[in-house]
Design a protein. Structure first.
Lengths: 431, 245
């Protein structure tokens, strides 16, 4: 019965989708005439535009998705696992066959602002146009000028593998009707410049929302803006930027926020996993003004209700015994770097005592860090970061659960006990 | 009550003071920075639950650098290595390789070879002369007359445990240790060997003592000949630079 209902609903939605598809007009853009020969002045203007575009592309981290590990920059081929299938990112170098060499400014604008391909077909929101739509036309044109100045790379990437029924394009029209509203960022007249600039970067180009807001099964943002969520297709949780129990910076001085954005490390927190990538690929390049603006906006975000940290166990004799076993593992493998009081080392190893990252209700980030370790982000100011070893090959699931339960309940920390099943899920599931 | 509160304050002040004193910076050394490696790659070869972790101290810098890049970029598959190295630039990997290459290597004692004299002789011949009729080059051609490696990219073969060498042969025979590389010299060579030949070569190599003189040798190992470097393009480019993708 349930199946029939779903099938009927799907058919209905498909119908609407088809209707919307025919209703949306295909944009036609006149081929502009060949520009007259460039003068020296034009060249200078062009170069300034490209430099601006290079900066903006970094802040939007186009490269992060449009470059495969070890691949040529911007040539695509990066695989994005999501709940509806695997996307393979396209080549956005100006190669005319396999890249976007035949695009013009309007084509990029249409993609960023309207979420449509060159022929007007709607794009999957794996490309975060729900955020990029806030980007100004001026910035879009600068990014285009930069992309077109890149060396063309001939690289044909394999097609994305989207599962049925999500591979039916009409469904995207429904999705768009429900969840997408095009519109450039409108400054709040009641706020000062840095705040508005920060909001523009966080909500638009920086697309922080793409990870830090939870998503429904259809991949649309839900819940509070920047309220935290599991990152699709991964075992990472992007913490809430509005909860003081998670990654809100409301009680931080601005310079600590700026330091975290630009280096991935501060005395108050350290970045790991996807956020470490964002720091090294993108945020470290923020100029002083933009870093200040972003920090100003992040600090001002409204406070949401604190999320539950999960129920910390009452410290019965049995629990104490369990934690003591975790403590033994900690002494052998963790204490050397993180310290006997979980105090860490300020320039290298994050403190674990009073670390909001380790007491999150969802322990996935800490599990993942113990399983696979990793280095802090490489940045201009920190070209040789320190790192954490992987323990996946050394510790069993139960051992990781024990040591993490100990960390979550020592030196003043309180958090729920971690189970071997949770560790196993991180080991086996999507990465 | 007031006194109790004061004592509490004092105590917490002390606690803060103590943790501040203890939270010292980590030493600014490469040794500290490669700590994540030595959990597995200590001074001795180690057998883990899932894999064999060889010593990497004293191996050629170029060889280590290539392997680091292969792991990072998914050409050599081992998840903990791949994730650990994610996002690290070539420059940093090069410096890590330099650090491990500079460490003096401690070798395990030779493992006596238990085999009939004919097999020992066959192994010696394959190692030192190869089998020209089957187009199998001698180990010494690339790995150096002393079998202790050639600069910049070829590792030494002595002082390695027999099972480690056997495992490498197994990998090469089944599709190659490094994916997607053509030509993959060691894969081609290993596939020409019979299972028994691979085993006795491994046993023979593990049975050779590492001469003390070699350990004290100053300066770099001998250089790989240009002709062989060309033939084995999976290891070096024509320019002599490390391989790229």
């Amino acid at each position: 019965m349930k199946h029939i209902a779903i099938a009927a609903a799907l058919a209905g939605l498909l119908g609407i989708g088809l209707f919307l598809a025919s209703a949306e007009t295909r944009p036609r853009i006149e081929e502009s005439e060949k520009p007259p020969t460039a003068t020296a002045d034009d060249m200078a203007v062009r170069q300034t535009l490209q430099a601006r575009g290079a900066y903006l592309s970094r802040i939007g981290n186009c490269m992060g998705c449009h470059t495969a590990q070890g691949g040529r920059p911007y040539a695509g081929g990066h695989r994005l696992d999501t709940s509806i299938g695997t996307f393979v990112t396209p080549n956005i170098t100006p190669d005319s066959e396999t890249g976007i060499g035949h695009w013009n400014e309007d084509d990029l604008w249409r993609a960023l602002h309207e979420g449509k391909g060159r022929q007007g077909a709607p794009l999957y929101p794996a490309f975060p146009y729900t955020e990029y739509t806030k980007v100004t036309r001026e910035d879009s044109d600068a990014i285009f000028a930069y992309l077109q100045s890149l060396p063309p790379v001939e690289q044909k990437n394999p097609p994305s593998e989207i599962r049925f029924p999500f591979n039916l394009r009409p469904l995207i029209y429904i999705w768009r009707a429900l969840y997408f509203e095009p519109g450039v960022y409108r400054p709040d007249a009641g706020k000062k410049d840095p705040w508005n600039r920060g909001a523009y970067l966080v909500q638009g180009l920086g697309h922080c929302n793409a990870c830090h807001t939870s998503r429904n099964p259809l991949g649309a943002s839900q819940g509070g803006l920047l309220g935290g969520g599991q990152i699709m297709g991964s075992n990472w949780y992007a913490p809430s930027l509005t909860s003081l129990q998670e990654a809100s910076t409301a009680d931080w001085p601005l310079h600590d926020i700026i330091q975290l954005l630009k280096t991935g490390l501060s005395s108050r927190a350290a970045t790991a996993g996807p956020m470490a990538d964002v720091v090294s690929q993108s945020l470290q390049h923020l100029d002083e003004q933009d870093a200040h603006a972003m920090a100003t906006y992040l600090k001002s975000l409204p406070q949401s209700d604190p999320r539950s940290r999960g129920v910390a166990p009452p410290l019965t004799e049995e629990v104490d015994k369990l934690l003591a076993r975790g403590g033994d593992i900690y002494k052998t493998l963790c204490e050397d770097c993180h310290g006997n009081l979980g105090q860490g080392r300020p320039n290298a190893y994050p403190a674990l005592a009073d670390n909001r990252g380790v007491t999150l209700a969802s322990p996935v980030n800490a599990i993942r860090s113990i399983l696979y370790g990793g280095y802090a982000p490489v940045t201009i100011n920190n070209p040789r970061p320190y790192g954490m070893p992987p323990f996946a090959q050394i510790l069993r699931d139960e051992e990781i659960a024990l040591v993490l339960s100990y960390i979550r309940n020592s030196w003043g920390n309180r958090g729920s006990l971690v189970t071997a099943i949770e560790v196993d899920r991180s080991r086996k599931g999507a990465q | 009550m007031k006194r109790l509160f004061l004592i509490f304050l004092l105590f917490s002040a002390l606690a803060v003071g103590a943790s501040e004193i203890l939270a010292a910076n980590a030493p600014d050394t490469m040794e500290e920075r490669v700590k994540p490696c030595i959990v597995c790659h200590g001074p001795e070869d180690k057998k883990g639950r899932d894999a064999y972790y060889p010593r990497i101290a004293g191996k050629p810098q170029g060889y280590l650098f290539n392997q680091l890049r292969n792991f990072r970029d998914g050409r050599r598959l081992y998840r903990p290595m791949a994730v650990l190295l994610e996002g690290l630039p070539d420059q940093y990997l090069w410096e890590m390789a330099m650090y491990f290459a500079s460490l003096k290597q401690a070798f395990p004692p030779p493992e006596p070879m238990k085999a009939p004299p004919a097999e020992i002789e066959l192994a010696r011949k394959l190692v030192t002369q190869g089998d020209p009729a089957r187009n199998i080059p001698a180990c010494v051609d690339c790995h150096g007359k002393a079998l202790m490696g050639t600069t910049p990219f070829i590792p030494g073969l002595l002082g390695l445990p027999r099972i480690y060498i056997m495992a490498q042969f197994g990998n090469w025979q089944h599709g190659g240790l490094i994916r997607g590389q053509t030509p993959d010299c060691m894969s081609e060579i290993a596939k020409k060997l019979t299972a028994n030949e691979a085993n006795i070569i491994a046993a023979w190599l593990a049975a050779q003592p590492v001469s003390e003189a070699l350990l004290k040798r100053e300066g770099p190992a001998p250089k790989l000949s240009d002709e062989l470097a060309r033939r084995c393009a999976s290891i070096v480019l024509h320019s002599g630079q490390p391989q790229s993708q």
